[in-house]
Design a protein around this ligand. Sequence first.
Ligand code: NAP
Length: 235
Amino acid sequence: MKQNSPVVVVTGGNRGIGYEICKELSKVGCRVVLTSRDEEHGKQAAAKLGADKKNIVYHKLDVTDSKDIETLRDWILKMYGRVDILINNAGIYLDEGTSVFNVDEKIVKETLDVNFYGAFNMCRILVPIMRQNGYGRIVNISSGYGAMSEMAGYDAAYRISKAALNALTLIMADELRDGDIKVNAVCPGWVNTDMGGKMAPVSAEKAAKDIVHVALMDEEGPTGSFFRHKKPIEW
Ligand SMILES: NC(=O)c1ccc[n+]([C@@H]2O[C@H](COP(=O)([O-])OP(=O)(O)OC[C@H]3O[C@@H](n4cnc5c(N)ncnc54)[C@H](OP(=O)(O)O)[C@@H]3O)[C@@H](O)[C@H]2O)c1
């Protein structure tokens, strides 16, 4: 493992798209911090990826717990002194098919806590380290369900959380425009995971490749953009 290879944090790395992102980033030589809210599941996932031989380590992280994020930041600073790439992947989808008129407010709040505030706090706690090093790539895993250009009825909690994440992407990209810290969002398409279900046409491997493509963009690459299958899409 090279001492100067990029250090990456992936949230929700124990299964689905997050797990495949960890696999893909480790393949290209990044030092991957696979995180999950459940220690047992996260350690199992890291072991399955060969963490003992490869450049993958596990760290506990519930994105709704700011103390967890601060503990992770302190550990990263001690271990690596830097963080180069942050993939805000952790997400929940609890109101599939539910009308905005019936969705429980608690579900809306819980969804915002993970899908929006999780990424918001991850960025606010880790970006200062990126700023110190003058380099950073943040990829927010969003969804077309959060795009104003594709907005429709039902799934309000999920849609609003991803719309807020999209706004956060643009706000942070603009504030960080002067340095080499890029903030982009990716809609992975409809992906075959626990969340997407078995009928979904896109594999988690393919979704991860599309996300990693954005994460590894060089200095010339865009910031404040929204991608699907490696191509820019409307917000
Ligand atoms: N699948 C699709 O079709 C699709 C489409 C568009 C966008 N996306 C987005 O892609 C991302 C990954 O989705 P997926 O399909 O891989 O979903 P998934 O298979 O359901 O996995 C979700 C991941 O998020 C983690 N997570 C949930 N709450 C968390 C918390 N509070 N702290 C830390 N981790 C937490 C889960 O951990 P646990 O195992 O502990 O629950 C799990 O690792 C999500 O942001 C999702 O919205 C997915």
